[in-house]
Ligand binder design. Sequence first.
Ligand code: NPQ
Ligand code: MG
Length: 368
Amino acid sequence: MKLTGVELRTVEMPLVAPFRTSFGTQQVREILLLRVVTPEAEGWGECVAMSDPLYSSEYASACADVLRRFLIPALGRIRDLDATRVAPTLAPFKGHRMAKAALEIAVLDAELRARGMPLSRELGAVRDRVDCGVSVGIMESIPQLLDAVAGYLDAGYLRIKLKIEPGWDLEPVRAVRERFGDGVALQVDANTAYHRTDARHLARLDPFDLLLIEQPLDEEDVLGHAQLARQLTTPICLDESIVSARAAADAIALGACSIVNIKPGRVGGFLEARRIHDVCVAHDVPVWCGGMLESGIGRAANLALAALPGFTLPGDTSASDRYYARDVTEPFRLDRGQLAVPTGPGIGVEPIAEALDAVTTSTEWIAV
Ligand SMILES: CC(=O)N[C@@H](Cc1ccc2ccccc2c1)C(=O)O
Ligand SMILES: [Mg+2]
């Protein structure tokens, strides 16, 4: 394929409720969407970066800038482009994994649509439905938390993940266990909010039989997680730290994690995400698909990845209505705790033009 150009479109989607984590509270999700145009087909990609560099160093307007000035022009110079050429072509530009991931999946979507091949088939999916968990934010009070969890369990979610931070950890976990029992699949996510010196405090979570504790320490503190793993019985899962297949292999070898949260945007794309899956499967490390409050565009692609064999734990691929009153695609609806993997060519969904326009705050065309 030869690239004709790329549309950078920014949308702002109001959340159905504020979503609070250890790094802040979100009310609106600003999303950078890419539409890659080639003579054969068009492709869509979603950049998972937040508006502010609070989850990672990347943020939406920086992604737009690096795409506009460096990444898109570099791909424009490739005559016979396909998705496997994207990462090597962009490798000279350091970092910017979320920007690179958005561009790669958009190119892959166009390539697969031209071939009539579903992304799930291309990646090696082995199932056509995915078990879904849900991420529950930090709340104003325990009663408010319990109401939220009750609602998600009623909706059919197969796993509950609670955001925690110092001062909101033991009590919410204890309250959920007391109200809903030991049978509920329950885990926590600290988003790097703790330090090595909190080990004894975090060990007090062990009696609650959690599936895992996600990213308790700083994303660069792999050694700290290895030390913590020897002080807790609760398995450690890494998210922010796992930026590549190499980072996954090193974290596993060092004993820093025994479960991995895979997010294609965080690791530079779906092809690297599959390599991380393969590394983890080779080490008997279970993986699950994380979420970045994606629109239906990103959600569709994540479902294809979550259908790979090593994804044996429910992920954060929740239904559209967990975050949005109206999605920019047909909404993903939970059915008995699962979402169906799209079956159409490429990512298998299209934005609904009117829904997309209703939330668009800017669009620009970058010819190459
Ligand atoms: C579902 C979930 O918990 N996701 C991230 C954290 C997160 C939380 C809030 C976000 C708001 C805007 C964009 C990305 C965001 C990511 C995580 O697993 O760590
Ligand atoms: Mg996380």
